[in-house]
Design a protein around this ligand. Structure first.
Ligand code: AMP
Ligand code: GLY
Length: 429
């Protein structure tokens, strides 16, 4: 079977790495891929947001399955275009991808189907005064302000003061993110612990896949600005079997049923960003219509069973009756190495040495994200650059192995958080 993976991050490297182990896979292609993926797949220089280019590539290569990593192409209809030419695709239609593509849409959807989430209201560019008045309905800061559309991960602002919130309302509705913030959502700040939950869906049925926890802030102790994610581990102790069943019953199953009822059947992986506390149980922070990055890296590492049949079933139907994919009992962790400056403008071009030695540490696999190759050298070419991933009998052992490998990597501009896994490790003792 020939598989085409769309994307160029650590998430896509992990997908390629896991699928390479499938006895049914004969060839993997990636568009555009990265130097790590190039060790496993044929990389084609078509960007992950170039819909026409990707459709042309699929028409030419006729892959048996296209797996779409990032959300942008999905929101703009890549899956629809591929289905029109009878190419199976793992990923939702544009109408279903609105769960991630429009915060207003997803909030209204959750309200309609009684799916637990933060109290909210939507505002358009004519309603700045109403938006500011709505702030009064919250007892105290912080205020949560969200641009409606995709804003490259920067569309959520948690304002600590009323003045900051009012200025942000003016900025967003004034076009700070262009069309993406011509309307916005203001919602209640939820307290609790965040976790990521993933389920595979074929439009009718959802099968749980895994839970994980990410580390959003750039600095140790969860300080500094938000990032795409600085590290992750799976399983997440807060998502024990009982909690996962609640997430399936209270969130995932009604989401899939509601989307089907609305004529927007959801196919692919549903990534639910959760806030969990004792009083409210699990509530939705946001939906994503793709795998998390770096959560995917630890989920793929832990899969014992070949995921290909279920990924194909998501694309073509037939998930009903499927059991959850078997996982190894050993936990997995990934530490993101980023380039100085990230999440602002990262330094590019620095040479990275020692990758082979690091990869040799027991239990360690290194996934590439923003790397490039020049001659024999691997250089940094983005913000998040490497994902040093490890398994171990315990999370503590996995974390120890990952940092041992990190320390063997010789890269002047590279940095990482030193406390990945702290929340779960603190529970262990
Ligand atoms: P996003 O960029 O959509 O992933 O959101 C960024 C982060 O903002 C989330 O990971 C949460 O930490 C935080 N966040 C978003 N909405 C809320 C909320 N209603 N209450 C508390 N934190 C939130
Ligand atoms: N790691 C969070 C995300 O992929 O959105």
């Amino acid at each position: 079977m020939k598989i085409l993976i769309v994307g160029s991050g650590g998430r896509e490297h992990a997908l390629a790495w896991r699928l390479k182990q499938s006895p049914r896979v004969t060839q993997i292609m990636a568009a555009p891929g990265n130097p790590g993926i190039a060790e496993l797949a044929d990389c084609v220089p078509v960007a992950a947001d170039n819909i026409e280019g990707l459709v042309d590539l699929a028409r030419l290569e006729r892959p048996n399955l296209v797996i779409v990593g990032p959300e942008v192409a999905l929101v703009h209809g890549l899956a629809d275009r591929l289905r029109e030419i009878d190419i199976p695709v793992f990923g939702p239609s544009a109408r279903a991808a609105m769960l991630e593509g429009s915060k207003g849409f997803s909030k209204d959807f959750m309200a309609r189907y009684n799916i637990p989430t933060a109290r909210y209201r939507r505002f358009n560019s004519e309603q700045a005064t109403e938006a500011k008045a709505y702030l009064e309905t919250f007892d105290s800061p912080p205020y949560v302000l969200k641009a409606d559309g995709l804003a490259a991960g920067k569309g959520v602002v948690i304002a600590e003061t009323r003045a900051e919130a009012e200025a942000e309302i003016d900025a967003m509705l004034g076009g700070k993110f262009g069309n993406a913030s011509s309307s916005m959502v203001i919602e209640e700040f939820m307290h609790g612990e965040e976790a990521s939950f993933f389920a595979l869906c074929d439009g009718e049925t959802a099968v749980p896949l895994a839970g994980a926890q990410d580390h959003k802030r750039v600095g140790d102790g969860d300080t500094g600005p938000n990032t795409g994610g600085m590290g992750a581990y799976s399983p997440a102790p807060i998502l024990d079997e009982v909690m996962q069943q609640r997430v399936m019953d209270e969130i995932v199953t009604p989401t899939i049923a509601g989307m089907k009822k609305d004529g927007r059947p959801y196919r692919g992986v549903l990534f639910v960003g959760l806030m969990i506390d004792d009083r409210h149980g699990p509530r939705v922070i946001e939906y994503n219509v793709r795998f998390g990055d770096p959560e995917c890296q630890v989920i793929m590492t832990r899969l014992k069973e070949d995921p290909l049949p279920q990924l194909l079933a998501c694309a073509t139907g037939g998930l009903a009756g499927c059991k959850r994919l078997e996982r190894f009992s050993d936990p997995a962790v990934t530490v993101v190495m980023a380039s100085a400056g990230y999440p602002g403008e990262p330094k590019k071009g620095g040479v990275i040495r020692g990758l082979d030695k690091a990869d040799d540490v027991e239990g360690v696999t290194i996934f590439h994200a923003g790397t490039a190759r020049t001659g024999d050298d691997i250089i940094a070419n983005g913000g998040r650059v490497l994902n040093v991933t490890a398994t171990g009998k315990t999370l503590k052992e996995a974390v120890g192995r990952a940092y041992r490998a990190v320390d063997l990597i010789d890269w002047t501009d590279g940095f990482c958080r030193r406390d990945i896994g702290w929340r779960a490790l603190a529970r262990d003792v």
